[in-house]
Structures are given as C-alpha cells and as structure tokens.
Design a protein around this ligand. Structure first.
Ligand code: FES
Length: 64
C-alpha cells in the first residue's frame, strides 16, 4: 500500500528504512531519494515509522 502518493513510497519501504535508520519521516523520505510534496501523508508516515520502530525495538532517536 502506498503511504505517499506524490512519491510512490510504500508502507513496506518506509517500515524497512525506519528500522534501519534514524530520523523523522521527512528525513527518511530524503534517504529514499524523495522530498515531501503536498505533506498530506506526513502524519500517517510518522505513525508508521513509530510503529515500525516499536515493533523492532528501535529507538526513535539516539541519545548522546
Ligand atoms: S502524499 Fe506524500 S507528499 Fe504528497
């Protein structure tokens, strides 16, 4: 299922990169080679990122 229609980013792609990389949904989009266009997907994308990291026990950020 597509999370971001503007950039054709799928939920599977977003979950994989969320578990492998730190950062917000917008930052993860950039890592995938895209920039948000209309931003209508960002709230849902952030929820998916949080859910993916919680499921994988990955912290949302790394404290220094
Ligand atoms: S739907 Fe993701 S930026 Fe438009």
């Amino acid at each position: 299922m597509y999370v971001c229609i503007c950039n054709a980013i799928t939920e599977t792609d977003l979950r994989k990169i969320a578990q492998a990389s730190a950062g917000t949904a917008e930052e993860l989009y950039l890592q995938l080679g895209h920039e948000p266009q209309c931003y209508q997907c960002i709230d849902n994308a952030e929820a998916i990122v949080g859910d993916a990291r919680a499921a994988a026990n990955v912290p949302a950020c790394i404290e220094t």
